[in-house]
Write a protein that binds this ligand. Structure first.
Ligand code: NAG
Ligand code: NAG
Length: 273
């Protein structure tokens, strides 16, 4: 007969082995593309249209001490002629830059010296979505990494409460999202939502919920295939307390339902008067 102590001991051993296997698998995944010494913190970024985004690309070797010599970087976009951005011999080299990117790109020369070849892309447009290649070469190593930029528009909804109707209003969403309401118990509630596209095809979302009980908390979920905004709105006699969590799809086309992490938390209070 095994004693309780022995059972706990062997359970711990099994758990430790399981966790080790898991960690090894994760490490193997992380380093599976070891042929390239260039990598990215996010190969599936989602840009908010009209805002700036940094496409991450850096040399994956320990270079805390090393200063790179002869570092050059070329950013290209699949299907476009010319470059998105090129930096060679300590200067931008933009003679064959595609006109779509004129005056909207920048690398960080100070950071490039430590192996960071990230690209700043300003004022993102729908046409910027697509596959980018960062090609870096330096005294310490070289390689390429592909980055698939997706373009979306997303804003946290603002809440109003008038005449027994809870209204969530979000000014910019793209692609067209779905809106669902639920109560604290998770029951789906019957909201009514309107979508008004502007000339750029970006939707203003207005969703109304009634009836609404004072001091209850309601969840409003606005989501499309790229971004999900989950807001919790608590109605009180004098104000509405709302908070919104964004999650971004890390999905390739095969894994459309996976969300990587909550990147942004927006907390705001919307007063009635
Ligand atoms: C690279 O530099 C950019 C711009 O300064 C910064 O946003 C990013 O976090 C850096 N990435 C790494 C991996 O150091
Ligand atoms: C849902 O709400 C709409 C208007 O807000 C109303 O016309 C409809 O009857 C409601 N449906 C149910 C099942 O309550």
């Amino acid at each position: 007969m095994a004693s309780i102590g022995q059972i706990i001991f062997y359970s711990m051993i099994i758990l430790i082995v399981l966790f080790s296997v898991l960690i090894i698998l994760l490490l193997a995944l992380a380093f599976s593309d070891s042929s390239s010494e260039v990598t990215s913190t996010n190969t599936l970024p989602i840009a908010n249209l009209g805002e700036d985004i940094v496409l991450s690309c850096y040399l994956n070797v320990k270079i805390e001490l090393a200063k790179l010599r002869e570092a050059s970087v070329t950013w290209e976009k699949k299907g476009l002629t010319g470059v998105v951005h090129r930096y060679v011999d300590g200067a931008d080299e933009l003679a064959d830059q595609n006109s779509q990117f004129k005056r909207r790109t920048k690398v960080f020369p100070e950071a490039l010296g430590t192996g960071n070849a990230s690209l700043l892309l300003r004022d993102v447009r729908k046409s910027d979505a697509g596959e980018y290649t960062c090609r870096m070469s330096s005294s310490e190593g070289k390689g390429t990494v592909n980055i698939n930029l997706r373009a979306a528009a997303f804003t946290a909804p603002k809440f109003k409460f008038t005449k027994g109707v809870l209204v969530a209003e979000a000014s910019r969403w793209f692609p067209k999202p779905n809106v669902t309401w639920s109560d604290e118990a998770g029951n789906v509630l019957n909201g009514s939502t309107s979508f008004k596209p502007n000339s750029a095809g970006i939707y203003k979302v207005v969703s109304m919920l009634q009836p609404v009980n004072i001091s209850d908390t309601y969840t409003c979920r606005i989501e499309n295939e790229l971004v999900s905004a989950v807001s919790k709105a608590t109605v009180t006699d004098t104000n509405i307390f709302g908070r919104t969590y964004f999650t971004f799809s890390a999905a390739s086309s095969l894994l459309t339902s996976m969300y990587l992490s909550t990147l942004t938390i927006i907390i705001y209070i919307c007063y009635l008067t």
